[in-house]
Design a protein around this ligand. Structure first.
Ligand code: HEC
Ligand code: HEC
Length: 84
């Protein structure tokens, strides 16, 4: 009886923490889509290095939001969802 309740609490705790936002991007969740701004993100932009020209944390122009994960490969795998 008591044991069961402890187990339930433990399970709840695991679920709660793994849904926390720190995990979002590492579980392959999709990021905001480049298609939100089609006038900036032309279809011809495909290479990570091109994305980083504007989004690298080293870019100090301040116009584009900087990425917290500049070392990731394949930006468009996560940032190319169709906008609904
Ligand atoms: C594994 C999926 C994934 C990959 C690969 C990825 N991202 Fe992201 N990205 C996310 C998620 C999820 C978010 C939203 C959460 C956050 O801000 O950390 C995000 C947020 C961002 C933001 C912040 C947007 C804002 O409004 O502040 C930028 C800029 C960005 N990514 C650029 C890039 C670039 C450039 C690359 C390639 C070098 C890249 N991302 C690769 C998942 C990814
Ligand atoms: C010419 C510079 C430039 C290039 C190249 C570029 N971006 Fe952006 N990006 C911007 C700017 C500027 C914004 C901010 C738009 C705004 O907030 O009005 C932005 C916004 C974003 C956002 C945030 C979208 C949102 O809804 O918050 C993501 C994610 C992103 N870019 C990813 C990428 C990826 C991935 C690539 C490469 C395929 C890329 N960008 C190439 C300039 C650029």
């Amino acid at each position: 009886m008591m044991k069961k309740r402890v187990l339930t609490l433990l399970l709840l705790a695991v679920v709660a923490t793994s849904a926390g936002c720190a995990y979002r991007r590492y579980l392959g969740m999709h990021g905001p889509s480049t298609k939100n701004y089609p006038d900036i993100h032309f279809d011809s932009i495909k290479e990570d290095s091109e994305c980083l020209d504007c989004h690298s944390p080293k870019n100090t122009s301040g116009e584009a939001p900087t990425t917290s994960h500049p070392t990731f490969k394949g930006c468009l795998k996560c940032h190319n969802d169709p906008v609904t």
